[in-house]
Structures are given as structure tokens and as C-alpha cells.
Design a protein around this ligand. Sequence first.
Ligand code: E4P
Length: 217
Amino acid sequence: MKFFVDTAEIDEIAELNDLGMVDGVTTNPSLIMKSGRDILEVTKEICDLVDGPVSAEVVATEADAMIEEGRKLAKIANNIAVKVPLTWAGLKACNTLTNEGRMVNVTLCFTANQALLAAKAGASFISPFIGRLDDLNLDGMELIADIREIYDNYGFETEILAASIRSVNHMSDAAKIGADVATAPPAVIKKMADHVLTDKGLAAFLKDWEKTGQKIL
Ligand code: E4P
């Protein structure tokens, strides 16, 4: 499973990128707002830093305007994936931009039927929002499993990008189901390494090592 980082904070992306944990980045208007940066500037910096796809989201609501915004965003760098919402206008924009050879990430997906439409429109990525479904007492992970089954039934090449990830369990569950990608906040990715028994075991090893009086370097 590929790891995308769900943030527009350059320092956080760079830190995980140096660890080899970044296969791509997703941003959205709320994340750009949080960063306090200009969308074109910060997205360019992210694209320069990361080799994989960097999602930049359109904000128009009509298809023609979305297509124009998408073309402008795609000019930032070759690794831009234009992010469009899962509306009929977004699907039309997805189809046009895909036919122009651009990567498109269809976002705000909450049903298997929406994911089916995105695949038909030629999306490179579909972004089902797990956490926001869980927030409503629905089962976000069940949606990932349904989309996996449908895409596999018909050999759709659209990649399933599990989004709105809130916990480390979301990461392992998405991987077990076979999501192609998971996009998570940096804090969630960092937490994946934590275990109390790892900390306890390491402390005990180091204590015993001290008693040997040896040195490796
Ligand atoms: C994905 O592309 C979105 O930017 C993101 O995962 C949304 O997450 P949230 O529901 O935590 O805002």
C-alpha cells in the first residue's frame, strides 16, 4: 500500500519524505487554509520535494470552470493530480482532464456507486472518506471493501485512495482490505511505529548492554 501524506505543511512532508515514507501528498482547500500559504506556491514546493502524485483541489463548482482550474493547477508540475469533487460536474471535469492525459483524484466519495462512476469517468484515484463515515456511526472500512470488490470484478485501474484516515487501525485495516493508497495526517503515520513493548524491550536491552561494558563503535 502506498502512503500519501494528507497535509500542506512542507516541514512535515519533508520529515517523512526523508524516511522514505512518502509516495505522494494530498491537499484540500481546508489544508491550504490551515497552512496559511498561497496554493500555487506551496503546491509547487511540495511537487519539488516529492516524486509521487500531489493532489491539488479545484474550487469551482461548474464543469467548465473546474476544467480551467484543473489545467492551471496541472501546470504547476508533472506530478500534479487534479482533485475534483464527486458531483456530475466533477465527473465531467474528470473525464475531460483524464482524456487530456492528466491525473485526476475524485474526492468526497461516500458510496460504492459514486466510486463506480469515478472509475467509469477514468479517474486515476478515488478518495473514499473513511473517518467522516465513521463519525456518522457508519462503517468507512466497509466502503473500502465494497469498492475493492467492484473494481476487481471489472478490472478498473482507478486506484483506491483511502482518505479521511483518523487512526493507526484505519491504516492497517485499509492495507488488509487492499486499498492501493492511504492518505493520512503525518501524526497518524508517525504513530504507526509506536508500541509500549518496543519501548520496554529496548530499555531492557540497553540496560543489559551497559552491564557488558562493550562498545560497537
Ligand atoms: C483527502 O484527500 C482529504 O484531504 C482528507 O483525507 C480529508 O480528511 P478529514 O476528513 O480528516 O478532513
